[in-house]
Design a protein around this ligand. Structure first.
Ligand code: AMP
Ligand code: GLY
Length: 423
C-alpha cells in the first residue's frame, strides 16, 4: 500500500524508517519531510496544514493511508477534512478527529475530561480576562510554586511555573489581558503543583480497542541537570526503569482504561496515538497532559522497540481490529540523544554541513532539522538529528549513542551529555 506521513521531524523519520521495513509497503511519501525521510521515501514539499495541497498529493499518488505526525493539523481538523470529502472519505487517517484533538488543543477541555472521568490529575480552575480578580484570589489559596497554563497551543511554551505569588499574579495578567501567548492564553488554567518524576505512556487506539506501547522519559531542558530553557526534547529513554509492573498496573487501571472508555462515553472517535504525560507523586501516577500524537524524541526510542510490522498495526487501527494484534516488544532499552544547533532553543544558524553520519552501524540516525542543499546534508532547524541505540540497560545503550556522536560533526553542534542522569 501507499502511505503518506505528514511532518518533518525525527518522529516522522522514525515512523518512515519502520514502515519502510514492511513488505506491505509500496510507495512512501512524506510531506514535507527532511533529508533523512528522503532516504526512505519521497518528500513532497507541502505544509502539514495545507489540506487542499495534501488532498491533491493523496489523489495524484494514490495514497491508501495518511499518518499524521504533529498536533497542528489534527487540532485544525485534517481527519474531519478527509471524512467530509467524497474523494478522500475512504482513505484512513491515523490521528484523531478535531473534537478529540482538543485534548491537546485546549488544556481546559483536557482538565474537564480528566475530572469527568475521575482520572487522577492536579486540582485546577480556569480563568478569562473577565475574572482576573478571581484568578488572583485562587492563586492566594494555593501554595508556591504556581502553575499557569495557556489554554491553547503555544508551541510548548505556554506553561509557566513560578515561585513568587506576585510574579504569578503579574504573569496571569500578562497572559489574560496582554495576550502574552496570543489567543492561546485568552483562557488560563491555574493548577496545583505536583512534585515528582515525569514519564510518558503511549497508547494506540482504534476507537474500540487499544494497545499500550512502551513507556519513555524525555529530557526537555537545554542544560545538563535539567537546567535552562525548555526545548522540544534533548533525548529520551525507553522503557522507563522506575515504571515497574505494580506502577504500570496502576497507570493502566486508573488512567489508560478510563481515558479510552471516557473517549467512547463522550462520543469522541479516536483512531491514533494518545500520549499521556504523567508525574509519579509518591507511588501514584497523575496526568499532567494529553497529547494527541507521538512525542518527539520519544518516538525515536519507542518505535525501534516495536517488533511488529507497523503497516499491519496501522491497518488494524483503520479497521478497528487492533485487539487481534499481538504486540511484540524488544526487551532491550533504547536511548536517543538529540544533536542540536548551537544557540537553540534561542537564535541559531542554519545551513551547516553535517558530516560523519552516513556510515554509522551501531546506532540509528534519525534526522530532524536537516535538508539537502547542493547535494549535501545541512542543518535546517534547532533539533538536527537523534542518535538512537539499543542496549541491555540504558547505560549501555547511551554509551553507544555517545560513541556514535563522536563521529558526527557540524559547526556549533551541541547535545546533552547527561541523558538519564536522574534515573
Ligand atoms: P505541559 O505542557 O502541560 O506538559 O507542561 C509542561 C511541563 O510543566 C510538564 O512537562 C511539567 O514538567 C510541568 N508541569 C505541568 N503541570 C504541572 C503540575 N501541575 N505540577 C508540576 N509540574 C507541572
Ligand atoms: N517531547 C515532548 C513532546 O513531543 O511533546
Amino acid at each position: 500500500m501507499n502511505i503518506l506521513i505528514l511532518g518533518s521531524g525525527g518522529r516522522e523519520h522514525a515512523i518512515a524508517w519502520k514502515l519502510k521495513q514492511s513488505p506491505k509497503l509500496k510507495d512512501l511519501f512524506i510531506a514535507p519531510g527532511n533529508a533523512g525521510t528522503a532516504d526512505v521515501g519521497i518528500n513532497i514539499p507541502i505544509g502539514v496544514n495545507d489540506f487542499e495541497g495534501i488532498k491533491n498529493a493523496v489523489l495524484l499518488n494514490k495514497v491508501d493511508m495518511v499518518i499524521v505526525g504533529p498536533e497542528d493539523p489534527l487540532v485544525n481538523g485534517i481527519h474531519d477534512f478527509f471524512l467530509d470529502d467524497s474523494e478522500l472519505r475512504g482513505i484512513p487517517v491515523i490521528g484523531p478527529q478535531k473534537a478529540a484533538a482538543s485534548l491537546e488543543g485546549s488544556k481546559e477541555f483536557a482538565k474537564e475530561f480528566l475530572f469527568r472521568h475521575n482520572i487522577p490529575t492536579a486540582a485546577y480552575k480556569s480563568f478569562t480576562s473577565n475574572d482576573l480578580e478571581e484568578g488572583y484570589a485562587f492563586l492566594e489559596t494555593l501554595n508556591s510554586p504556581y502553575v499557569l497554563k495557556a489554554d491553547g497551543l503555544a508551541a510548548g511554551k505556554g506553561v509557566l511555573i513560578l515561585k513568587d505569588l506576585q510574579e504569578a499574579k503579574d504573569e496571569l495578567k500578562a497572559m489574560l489581558v496582554d495576550a502574552k501567548f496570543g489567543n492561546a492564553s485568552a483562557t488560563v488554567v491555574i493548577e496545583e503543583f505536583l512534585d515528582g518524576i515525569e514519564l510518558s505512556v503511549f497508547v494506540l487506539s482504534d476507537g474500540e480497542g487499544y494497545k499500550v506501547l512502551p513507556t519513555a522519559k524525555d529530557y526537555k531542558r537545554i542544560g545538563e541537570g535539567d537546567t535552562g530553557l525548555n526545548t522540544g526534547g534533548m533525548g529520551a529513554i525507553s522503557p522507563v526503569p522506575f515504571a515497574d509492573k505494580v506502577f504500570m498496573d496502576k497507570i493502566h487501571r486508573r488512567i489508560v482504561k478510563p481515558t479510552v472508555e471516557g473517549l467512547k462515553k463522550d462520543n469522541l472517535p479516536y483512531k491514533g496515538f494518545i500520549f499521556i504525560g504523567l508525574i509519579k507523586v509518591g507511588d501514584d501516577p497523575f496526568v499532567i497532559e494529553y497529547n494527541v500524537r507521538m512525542g518527539d524524541p520519544e518516538t525515536e526510542v519507542v518505535i525501534p522497540r516495536i517488533k511488529n510490522d507497523l503497516v499491519e498495526v496501522f491497518q488494524a487501527v483503520a479497521n478497528q481490529t487492533l485487539n487481534t494484534i499481538d504486540l511484540q516488544l524488544d526487551e532491550r532499552t533504547a536511548t536517543t540523544v538529540m544533536l542540536v544547533s548551537g544557540g537553540y532553543p534561542e537564535a541559531y544558524e542554519k545551513g551547516k554541513e553535517i558530516s560523519g553520519f552516513e556510515d554509522i552501524k551501531d546506532s540509528v540516525v534519525f534526522h530532524a532539522g536537516t535538508d539537502i542543499r547542493d547535494g549535501k546534508v545541512v542543518t535546517n532547524g534547532g533539533r538536527v538529528m537523534a542518535i538512537t541505540s539499543l542496549g541491555t540497560n540504558f547505560q549501555d545503550a547511551l554509551k553507544v549513542s555517545y560513541q556514535t556522536i563522536e563521529k558526527i560533526h557540524f559547526d556549533k553542534m551541541n547535545y546533552r551529555k547527561d541523558i538519564g542522569f536522574d534515573l
